[in-house]
Write a protein that binds this ligand. Sequence first.
Ligand SMILES: [Zn+2]
Length: 144
Amino acid sequence: MEYQSNMEENSNLKLGQWDVEENAHYLQCQNDACKKYFFGRKNKKYCSGKCKIKANNELAAQRLNEIKGNIDPIDQINRFLSKISKGKDERSTIYLSDYPVETQYFNVPIKSTVNYKDSPGWMLIGKFYVKKIPNHDRVDFVEM
Ligand SMILES: [Zn+2]
């Protein structure tokens, strides 16, 4: 089933929220070049097949660059978080959609997971503890 896309942001709805009338979740396309709002299945990432292909191609190109050693994602994340960090031991929150370019490296699979203050699901990225909050476009981080 295809849902309506190409919508303006609806201030009455939160991202991920179930909408009774549409019988679907309110979502935003994760293709950075698109970012349209649409209704769809809870775990749907893209508003269309076209956006899915485009985003996957970009991801593949980015990974290729990383394999070639042109970009070090850890270094990129570290530099970015250092700029906006509130300081040691202070937990900060950012929304990925506010920093689409700078946060693209958060999509790179990083295996080093740690417990931070007995809370699971954190990754140690350089000098930061980082936690991606699933389905919420949100990343929390703390400087070590
Ligand atoms: Zn899209």
